[in-house]
Design a protein around this ligand. Sequence first.
Ligand SMILES: Cc1cc2nc3c(=O)[nH]c(=O)nc-3n(C[C@H](O)[C@H](O)[C@H](O)COP(=O)(O)O)c2cc1C
Length: 179
Amino acid sequence: MSKNILILQSSPRIGGNSDILCDEFIKGAEEADHSCEKIYLTKKDIKLCTGCLTCDETHSCVIDDDMREILEKMVNADVIVMATPVYFFTMSGQMKMLIDRTTPRFSEMKDKEFYFIFTAATPNEKHLVNVKREFKSYLNCLTNPTNKGIIYGLGVGKVGDVKEKEETLLEAYNYGKIV
Ligand SMILES: Cc1cc2nc3c(=O)[nH]c(=O)nc-3n(C[C@H](O)[C@H](O)[C@H](O)COP(=O)(O)O)c2cc1C
């Protein structure tokens, strides 16, 4: 069955390591006849949550920016891929900003499958324990999500370093293919 996959790419480095792994994932998924849309968070107008919690009542945000359209896509997706570079052993600010802005409609995100792409200069997966925990906490706020897997791009500092990591590229491709 063809699935509707939304890729949320939070690195500001277009063509960087996270982006390359997203593209490998997409290559695999498209070969398996799934439909993919990648959104570069840094190309979108996503303002910070003001914490007003008006959305508790209205289920919509008082801020009129690109997050409305992104949230609609998240609610309609079968599969969501969240890609982040590791910054100070946590997720990117861009990704956290997006997550906070899902508040109006996170209760509508039901039965979704999630994949995660983490890229970091450290070669040690254990150093990413916080990042893993942060996304797990987010999924705990949703209804019946499935964490289908994490692709770790480790030991990659400079743009394009991940191109040298054949196993990681293949892993991303294969994850896309088995969606
Ligand atoms: C602000 C900043 C903080 C970073 N902090 C870490 C870190 O805590 N641990 C780490 O392993 N790499 C860290 N890095 C390196 C990036 O995670 C690494 O360069 C990654 O490949 C970037 O992915 P991208 O090419 O998709 O942007 C940091 C990079 C930046 C710019």
